[in-house]
Structures are given as C-alpha cells and as structure tokens.
Design a protein around this ligand. Structure first.
Ligand code: FES
Length: 378
C-alpha cells in the first residue's frame, strides 16, 4: 500500500478522539502492518482459586524482597563490623558480617526479579504478533496509537485491580531501594574531618606513631604471630618486599599483630633499587630524605581507586597496578606515567634504627594514601 493510500485511510482527529482503546490498538496495529495472531486472556474467568493462588505467589516473592531488603538495612547498620581476631569473643558474628550483607541484598534483588518474572508469566497475555517495520518519524496517529498500546498492555496485565501485588511490589522495591541507598550513602556518612589527628582517620595510617614509639617495617611471612623485621642487607638489589607496621609494645599482642596486617592502608612496598638505577633517582621536593640509601618505601595503595599496586618491574623500575593498568615510576617519586592514576604514590620516610639495625618509619606518610576524597588538597 502506498503512503498516499495510507494517509487516505487515516481517521480525523475527531474520529480518533471518539475511538476506544481497543479500536486504537487495532488501528495502530493495522497502520504499522501488525497482525495480532494470538492475544488470549490468561484468566478469562475472573476470581478463580487458581488466579488468587497465582496472585499470592507473586506477592510472596515481593514480600520476601521487602523483608530481605529491610534485613539488609538492619544488618548494615547494626551488625558488628569492627574486626575481631579469631581467638576473641565475637569473632563468629564479625565473620558473618559480609556474608549476611551479601545474602540479604542478593535475596532482595533476586526476589524482585522472581516476582516480576512470575507476574509476567502468569498475568500478562502472551501476545503473538507480526509487525512490519517502516522508516521515518512518528506522526500524531502513531503516537496516539502507541500510547493506546501501552495503556492497553497495562490494562490487560490487570495490574490495576491487583492491589495485593501492587502493594507487595512497592514494598519490595522500596525496601530494596532503601537498602541500596543506605549501601551507597553509608560510606559517605563518615566525616573525614573528624579526628584528623587520629591514626584511624582518612589522613593517617597505621604507620603513625602516637606516643613516640618507633614503628618498624615488618615482613609479611604468612604467619600473623611471626615478627620478622627488615635490615638493609636483607634485600637484594632490584628486590621488592611488602612490609607492615610493627611496634615493640605489640610483640605479644596477637590481636594488634593481626590488625596491623589487615588494615587496608598499611601495606607498603619496600624497594631496593639497583645502584645504577639509584643514581638516576629524581626526588620530590620536601621528600629528599625519605629514602634510606637505595631503599625506597611507597604505599601499596593505588592513588586511582585504591587497589594494591603489587607488581614491581625491576627492569624498568615501574610499579604496576593490575586493576586499571596504572604505572608509576619508582625512580621519580612514584609519579604516574601511564593509566588513569593522576597522583603519585605516597612515600614513607624510612631510616635505620641505630641500636637494632632494623628499618623503621621516621613518621607517617605526609599525605593521605589511596584515592582522592573531597577534602583532600594534595
Ligand atoms: S586502582 Fe590502580 S589503576 Fe585503578
């Protein structure tokens, strides 16, 4: 059929206004070359026990989503999330924190999905249509008939008269949305300006000495009880080792030793440059005495999004972050030279203890480690 023929058959605006929803649906189909082959009502007899059972089944899943969403919010806020060492009372409940969050939020999202799926299967007419596609923009007739199609689908889905399903779906989606909102905003509630002098603030790490006690560089041996410190002769030229803070006062304190290994901003890369590379080092202003001889210590926390920058390529002296492939030049104060990171890795000032000969941190990092946050200036 030519377009002029089609235009000839188009109803006027007045006729359009007179047409029922079903007439508009048929007209829209006809104009678009759509032939509705099947459009059966899944529940031709209303109010049967089977229909009510199907309705309750859908509502059950939405209510389950609501309960799981609320459980997630409660767990996120109230579950004990502070680290508890394995041999301490409360470790069992602490160890369940992450699984409980995952299980409740996952159950909420999955239940919404199952509820929506079941509703579609049981209440939406399984229409079979064949439609011819056409080019060009939509004219008013198309727009009116399209809207009628949508309205018709809504009416035929019978959602309007199924208040149990509407309420349970609203409750489920609301609780899940609340859970997601709390999840997204929960981390922003902590005020980075609060207690800026505390070693637990965003401005400091576990390398901060609070009472003048020296903080030594401790090797990660895999045994949380083992305390193995580092002497300058321990590393070969070109080697890299991950170290953690250690205080003598914590030597027999299992909990403190474990916590030092687990704290996310504690890991530091201790790099011993080869002599020929050390001769080419460019130091950052204000950090001229942060190294000890050929030894340089950089935070392991990537300045992009905080992944562990755990790869050190001896041949090129590059530090690599596996997450998004940022690279940092260990010879030039770990400044970024490739990838999305824009800030250098924070450098830990180190020296050797005159009495014991072990490496220690002269002070905490002079800048926050890891990614940016609003209040951060450097
Ligand atoms: S977190 Fe390191 S590159 Fe993105």
């Amino acid at each position: 059929m030519s377009s002029s023929d089609q235009e000839h058959k188009l109803p006027s605006e007045a006729e359009l206004a007179e047409m029922s929803r079903e007439d508009l649906v048929k007209l829209g189909g006809k104009l678009d070359g759509v032939e509705i082959v099947e459009y059966p009502d899944p529940w031709p007899v209303k109010g049967t026990r089977a229909e009510k059972r199907a309705e309750r089944l859908v509502a059950f899943w939405f209510l389950l989503a609501a309960l799981a969403g609320l459980a997630f919010v409660v767990a996120f806020v109230a579950w004990p999330s502070e680290y508890v060492a394995p041999d301490q009372p409360g470790h069992f409940w602490y160890s369940l924190y992450t699984p409980v969050l995952g299980a409740t939020l996952g159950l909420s999202i999955a239940s919404i999905g199952v509820g929506a799926l079941l509703y579609t299967k049981k209440f939406i007419p399984h229409e079979v249509s064949v439609q011819q596609r056409h080019d060009g923009g939509s004219d008013p007739v198309d727009q009116a008939t399209f809207v009628a199609h949508l309205a018709d689908a809504g009416v035929r889905s019978t959602i309007g008269r199924r208040s149990l399903i509407k309420r349970s779906a609203g409750l489920g989606a609301g609780a899940m949305g609340l859970g997601l909102g709390v999840f997204a905003l929960g981390g922003l509630v902590r005020d980075p300006w609060a207690q800026t002098d505390s070693k637990d603030s965003l401005w400091h790490t576990g390398w901060m000495s609070t009472d003048g006690e020296r903080v030594f560089l401790r090797r990660a041996t895999g045994d949380p009880e083992a305390v193995v410190l580092v002497k300058p002769e321990d590393l070969d030229a070109g080697a890299m080792e991950t170290v953690f803070p250690f205080r003598e006062s914590e030597r027999d304190n299992h909990e403190a030793l474990s916590a030092a290994l687990k704290r996310s901003d504690n890991p530091v890369m201790l790099i011993r440059l080869r002599p020929e590379d050390a001769a080419r080092v460019v130091k950052h202003e204000g950090q001229e005495d942060f190294n000890y001889g050929d030894y340089y210590a950089y935070t392991k926390i990537c300045s992009h999004l905080g992944c562990p920058t755990s790869l050190y390529e001896q041949r090129t002296n590059r530090i690599l972050c596996p997450c998004h492939q940022s690279q940092f030049d260990a010879l030039t104060y770990a400044k970024p030279i490739f990838g999305p990171a824009t800030r250098k890795l924070a450098q830990l000032p180190i020296a050797v203890d005159e009495e014991t000969g072990y490496l220690y941190a002269k002070r905490d990092f002079i800048e926050p480690v890891g990614p940016a946050f609003w209040e951060r200036k450097s």
